[in-house]
Design a protein around this ligand. Structure first.
Ligand code: NDP
Length: 481
């Protein structure tokens, strides 16, 4: 019988990999885990967690004026980035240590090293050492990508935000997805002049149409200069671009080619950009929030026989098994639903399947999620647009000024929307645009996941006075489709 160094070797110490390693080790399996960067991965170190702390920081700006409306004698304050950033990093260090402690106390052997596949049962560490494992779990996540254009390396990606030495006075954010919209709101809240270009007709493609519209309107009302149907077609250091409109700004092609791929210069050198419509503008910084791609390059996956998909993702079946039976993959590297809690679920299902003898497919149906814009967008299930393509639906929808904001004289509106099947009255989708919509959709999501009907919602007594009570008090559909 073949003996292996480990029962399980996990490549990647993000949320999914760490959870799978710990839960597998709890079954008595011998587990090793390699992480080349910091333990905790994208979510903890350069994603959800620092982002949410920045959301909190940015929310205070509006609170000063609200507080005055509520009778408090307060002045508008100024935001000081560096003390906040230092505190943020102290918190991230603390969380990273917690992740390490959890792995240690679960008896998972940590290798602070890059690891690549040597074959179906072996992993090569950065020092050349090869370890063998009965099962290998690839949980290497993804990374942000810049568009392919000259000087794109001078723009930031989301990873860079948390390390900025100073807040820029102005920033151009390119993209209309989660990351673009969240950082547009965060930076605007912190006092940065934010311009956002999105190439499509409306931000947040894939979300409910009315919800997208209200978020976009609210972002504009808060001062974000949002341009739709617009992209960046050229960029240069502003110092090279002054007054020059020709393609290369007088810089020889070879010099530009040399520059592309080079490291961005230190410090916020202003950047000149040209939009699709020929308009030119200079920004202190440019942030590319133009999507993320799976971390599969250079891992030895193809050589080991693992099939890689068109978008660079590891192809897996519903049990997260790759084309090589001993190798599994979870999380963003598989490009299924790129959310931390989904990666964790996939890790748990993997352990259930492989180490507990209980084959468990991953359930990707009806996943609630939130975009942490200001206001937030919480969503679960089908959008109105998707649902009406599938079956006849009734739409229940209300939009109103919440009590707290109306009193303070703010214009913000809240949207509560239910997409209901005409045939069986099940709630097919629920969409909320409101402060704390993320918290609300988590709870509404339980009912929707359980298959609640509109009448189940109606039988539930309202909690008064709240915003969420509107979810159970909408009597008549606003339309059928
Ligand atoms: P998304 O895929 O959501 O958005 C990318 C955006 O960039 C889209 O608007 C896309 O436009 C645009 N884009 C892509 N290529 C180009 C280009 N060459 N030029 C101009 N625009 C371009 O990616 P994000 O980076 O925002 O987020 C990645 C993933 O991370 C999300 O899908 C989500 O799963 C996860 N995430 C979740 C969060 C949460 O739960 N709150 C927060 C942050 C991230 P188009 O629509 O036309 O394709």
């Amino acid at each position: 019988m073949t003996t292996f160094d480990y029962d399980l070797f996990v490549i990647g110490g993000g949320s999914g990999g760490v959870r799978a390693a710990r839960v597998a080790a709890a079954t008595g399996a011998k587990v090793g885990l390699a992480e080349e960067s910091r333990m905790g991965g994208t979510c903890v170190i350069r994603g959800c967690v620092p982002k949410k702390l920045m959301v909190f920081a940015s929310g205070y700006r509006e609170m000063f004026s609200d507080a005055r409306a509520y009778g408090w004698d307060v002045e508008d304050g100024n935001f000081d980035w560096l003390p906040f950033r230092d505190r943020l990093h102290t918190e991230l260090d603390r969380l990273e240590q917690i992740y390490r402690k959890l792995l240690n106390s679960s008896n998972v052997e940590i290798h602070d090293s890059r690891a690549t596949l040597a074959d179906a049962h072996s992993v090569r560490l950065a020092d050349g050492k090869v370890v063998t494992a009965k099962h290998i779990l690839v949980a290497t996540g993804g990374h942000p990508v810049r568009p392919e254009m000259k000087y794109a390396n001078l723009g930031m990606v989301s990873d860079d935000i948390f390390d900025m030495e100073a807040l820029p006075k102005s920033i151009l954010i390119v993209g209309g997805g989660y990351i673009a919209c969240e950082f547009a709101c965060i930076l605007n809240g912190l006092g940065v002049k934010v311009t956002q270009y999105y190439r499509g007709a409306q931000i947040l493609r894939g979300f409910d149409g009315e919800a997208r519209g209200l978020v976009a309107e609210s972002m504009r009302e808060r001062g974000i200069d949002l341009h739709l149907g617009t992209n960046i077609v050229q960029m240069r250091p502003a110092s090279d671009a002054s007054g020059m409109e020709d393609a290369n700004m007088g810089i020889p092609n070879e010099a530009i080619d040399e520059h592309v791929g080079a490291e961005a210069p230190q410090g916020p050198a202003p950047l000149w950009v040209k939009w699709t419509n020929g308009h030119e503008q200079v920004f202190d910084r440019v942030l590319f929030a133009t999507g993320r791609t799976p971390n599969t390059k250079g891992l030895g996956l193809e050589d080991a026989g693992v099939t890689i998909g068109r978008r660079g993702e590891v192809e897996v079946d519903t049990f997260s098994q790759t084309s090589v039976p001993s190798i599994y993959a979870i999380g963003d590297v598989t490009n299924r639903v790129n959310l931390t809690p989904v990666a964790i679920r996939e890790g748990m299902a993997f352990v259930e399947t492989v180490f507990k003898g209980n084959p468990t497919p991953v359930d990707h149906d009806l996943i609630p999620s939130a975009v942490f814009t200001q206001p937030e967008l919480g969503t679960i299930g089908l959008t109105e647009e998707e649902a009406r393509e599938r079956e006849p639906v009734d739409i229940y929808c209300t939009s109103f000024k919440p009590m707290m904001h109306a009193f303070a004289g703010r214009q913000d509106r809240v949207l509560m929307k239910l997409v209901v099947s005409k045939a069986n009255r099940k709630i097919l989708g629920c969409h909320i645009v409101a402060d704390n919509a993320g918290e609300m959709i988590q709870l509404a999501g339980i009912a929707v996941k359980m298959g609640a009907t509109k009448e189940d919602f109606d039988r539930t007594v309202a909690v008064h006075p709240t915003m969420a009570e509107e979810l159970v008090t909408m009597r008549d559909p606003v339309r059928s489709a």
